[in-house]
Design a protein around this ligand. Sequence first.
Ligand code: COA
Length: 245
Amino acid sequence: VIELGPRDATLWHADPDAIVDPALLRAYFELLDPGQQSEQQRFYFESGRKLYLVAQALVRTALSAHAPVDPRRWRFSRNEHGRPDIAEPVLARRLAFNLSHTEGRTAVVVALHREIGVDVEAEDRKTEIMRIADRFFSPFEVSALRALPFTEQRERFFAYWTLKESYIKARGMGLAIPLAHFSFLLDAGPEIRVTFDPRLNDDPTTWQFARFRVSTRHPIAVAVRRGHEADLGISVREVIPLAKP
Ligand SMILES: CC(C)(COP(=O)(O)OP(=O)(O)OC[C@H]1O[C@@H](n2cnc3c(N)ncnc32)[C@H](O)[C@@H]1OP(=O)(O)O)[C@@H](O)C(=O)NCCC(=O)NCCS
C-alpha cells in the first residue's frame, strides 16, 4: 500500500491502446461489480466496452494501491450531477478520487478526502476550437486565446479546457457550473491563477491547479482544494492495471 499523507496526491494514467492481452481484459471484467458488468455490456462497440474496462480497472487498482482493499470490493455511488464517489468499504471513504478518459488515455487522481478533479483530452481531436471557446469560455479567456499566434492556439485551448473541466469536476457539479463564470490566467508565467465570478461564491486562494503532459498529445489538468495550506505534491504514475512489473 502506498500511504497518502494529507498533502499527497497520485495521478495514475494508462494507455488503453497498449492493453491488448485478452486474459488481462477478462481479469478487468472480473473486477467489476454486477451493475458495472451489465453497464459494460451495453456498449455497442468493442472499443467502448474496452475503454470502460480499462477505466474501471484503473480506478479500482489505483484505489487499492492506496488502501488495503481488494480491487473487487469497491462500490461506488453517484451524486445528483453524476460524480462517482466511494460508497464501500465505508472505512476507505477517506479517499477521494476522480476519473477522466479520452481517446488513447485514461486518468485517475487519488488523494485523502478533499475536493479533487482531473481532466484529460486528446489535443488532436477534431474540435473547432474558436467556436467552442466563443461559446463556453469567459470573455477574458477568449481574448487571451485570440491574442496568441495561430500555432499556439490549439495547445492553449486545451490548457483552458482541461483546467476548466478539472475545476467543475472537483466541485462535483459538472456543467451545472457555467464555464464562463470563472477564468484562468495563463499569461503570467508558470503560475496558474483563477478568478471566480461572485455568483460562484468560491475563493481562488484555496485552490491548487496543476498541468501535466502524459504523451505527445494528451494534456491533463488536476484541480484540488488545498485550503490555505501548502500545495499538495502530485506524483504521476503510468501503469497497466494488474500487469506484473
Ligand atoms: C461529465 C463531465 C463532468 C465531464 O465530462 P467529460 O470531460 O466529457 O469526461 P471525462 O472523461 O473527463 O469525465 C467523465 C468521468 O467523470 C466522472 N464524473 C461524471 N460526472 C461528474 C461530476 N459531476 N463531477 C465529477 N466527476 C464526474 C465519471 O467518473 C465519468 O466517467 P464514467 O461516466 O465513465 O464513470 C461534464 O463536465 C461534461 O459533460 N463536460 C462536457 C464535455 C464536453 O463537452 N467536451 C467537449 C470538449 S471540446
